[in-house]
Design a binder for this molecule. Sequence first.
Ligand SMILES: Cc1cc2nc3c(=O)[nH]c(=O)nc-3n(C[C@H](O)[C@H](O)[C@H](O)COP(=O)(O)O)c2cc1C
Ligand code: SF4
Length: 672
Amino acid sequence: MSQYPNLLSPLDLGFTTLRNRVIMGSMHTGLEDKEAHFPQLAEYYAERARGGVGLIVTGGFAPNRTGWLLPLASKLSTRAEAKAHKRLTDPVHEAGGKIALQILHAGRYSYHPLSVSASGIKAPINPFKPRALSGYGVLRQIRAFADCAFLAKEAGYDGVEIMGSEGYFINQFLAERTNKRADKWGGSAENRRRIAVEIVRRTREAVGEDFIIIYRLSMLDLVEGGQSWEDVVALAKAVEEAGATIINTGIGWHEARVPTIVTSVPRAAFTWVTGKLKPHVGIPVVTSNRINMPEVAEEALAGGDADLVSMARPFLADPEWIRKAETGREDEINTCIACNQACLDHAFKRKLVSCMVNPRAGRETTLTLSPARKTKRVAVVGAGPAGLAAATSLAERGHTVELFEAEDEIGGQFGIARKIPGKEEFAETIRYYTRRLEVTGVKVRLGTRVTAAALIDAGFDEVVLATGVTPRVPSLPGIDHPKVLSYVDVVRHGKPVGGKVAVIGAGGIGVDVSEFLTHTTSPALDLDAWMAEWGVTDPEQADGGLTERKVEPSPRQVFLLQRKKSGIGAGLGKTSGWVHRAALKAKRVEQLTGVTYDRIDDDGLHITVGDEPRLLDVDTVVVCAGQEPVRDLADDLRAAGLPVHLIGGADVAAELDAKRAIDQGTRLAAVL
Ligand SMILES: Cc1cc2nc3c(=O)[nH]c(=O)nc-3n(C[C@H](O)[C@H](O)[C@H](O)COP(=O)(O)O)c2cc1C
Ligand code: SF4
């Protein structure tokens, strides 16, 4: 008997059966935008289908040019385009999987001048003002959805998902916020939902009975002027009536100021919303967002909140997620830690999407770990993200690998990250590597500060130096004062910190340390606390589910300081930086930029801001002023003729970058 009886049980849809209750949620990876990338996209999907996922939903494809998210982005509106899609659907079917095409019309989120919407109201996150559609224009858009679905069927898809949430085109008709129309497509709730219902009805007519239609329904808009709960329920019933097979959950518009998927959002944070809707409809419902491990998914289903779970990013992180859950190897799952660093942050920069913890994602055809032609004895020094990726990937290719780590535990900087409130997920990557080291047979030497002489004597063929970084000590009068601590002292070693603290350096680490110092508990581990913090409430109590934000007061007063004039946490990703900045503001952290540090003494930290000298009478100064690479072994090893490879912080320490570190470790291992 499986440990996950609900999750792994098939779902009979009448005309077809899904092999389990897991949908790989829609993710636009960038590979969809050019047919030249379809072979790569096909292999990315096929690998996930082989891994056992029940149904794959593609990234969004526009049904016409006006619906494009970006100029020349993915679209399916012609027979020629449909033909190319066969290259995607065939390999998935050969692997025993199923695949649905997502139809996404961006409406006023379209980043181009052709953008259209219910009304001519510009989105706060887009410079392009949409044109309000005429009545005829609305009918043409509806038809485009149905035609796109018809082409998808021709291309061999098992179904389509109609994207009705996240503030895109359909959602813009549903909410009064963006729909000011006076015709039959606006005004009353019934009129506002007419377009969604018509799209589903016309799509069903176009594709016939035996074809999956998922409707992704915005259950919580999280914006002012969003839909009421009554509207949401009425829409769900109407969509079912119009012929949808399944309803998927959508949460929050892109312009919402509530985080919905970053790592500080508790796991399965919105499953209760799906559960609230479920009794109102007869068709299966899917829950989504921040479900990343089998026990979380199983609990959502066993609790009766949903019939299926959608997991998007977890399938970037691990294509074999299902197989591992099926065979009791959940401790081998490479867990999505919701960092967004290589997925959504890439998408925003128009870079191809991948995954921080799995750099092979989206590069299945180019980054392969094939068996080594000549096996070697390799020493990897340092068990941070770079060293772990290198050691395990090398061992997977058949090399004999020994991993040396000076500390008593693996993880490097991730061991610090995991202690930051809201970043607990980083512990999963350490757990994953702990197990992967065992599975791949790497010999691990913890608490061993290995010397160059020992490495030379041992006769390794290659040495990989992943020795990481040490905190940079700025030259500043009073830097030796007892009230000065490094971020490592504070976070890793838990050294006591006073009630008034200055944090020097407002990069990613300074921001993390400020979060650490202003929290006594982690809202990420307490859904009620998190909802209160972000003002998320039951949509029955407030339209769109938004109320006032309330935060627990900080246990200490924190000043976050930066020499540069650029913004606080400027290097943080687009999708997560604003969340940290908003959280620190709510905790009343005083943020100062353009600061000159004058000296530290018994009175505190003396600074100059602009031309104004100022004394911060703090008890503790925490230094987060960058880091220096640790690479002392390199010269001696090279002098002895050993091939030495520097990776991670030991290579480039200027900006701590785990994404780069894991990628570099994996790529090195692929060719050694
Ligand atoms: C890189 C990326 C691209 C996405 N593209 C789409 C998309 O095209 N359509 C869509 O409905 N959702 C899209 N999403 C949202 C996901 O479907 C999903 O709702 C979100 O990632 C939360 O689920 P997860 O925690 O399982 O990843 C995207 C998410 C990511 C990370
Ligand atoms: S980059 Fe981060 S958030 Fe994105 S899939 Fe990978 S682990 Fe998850």
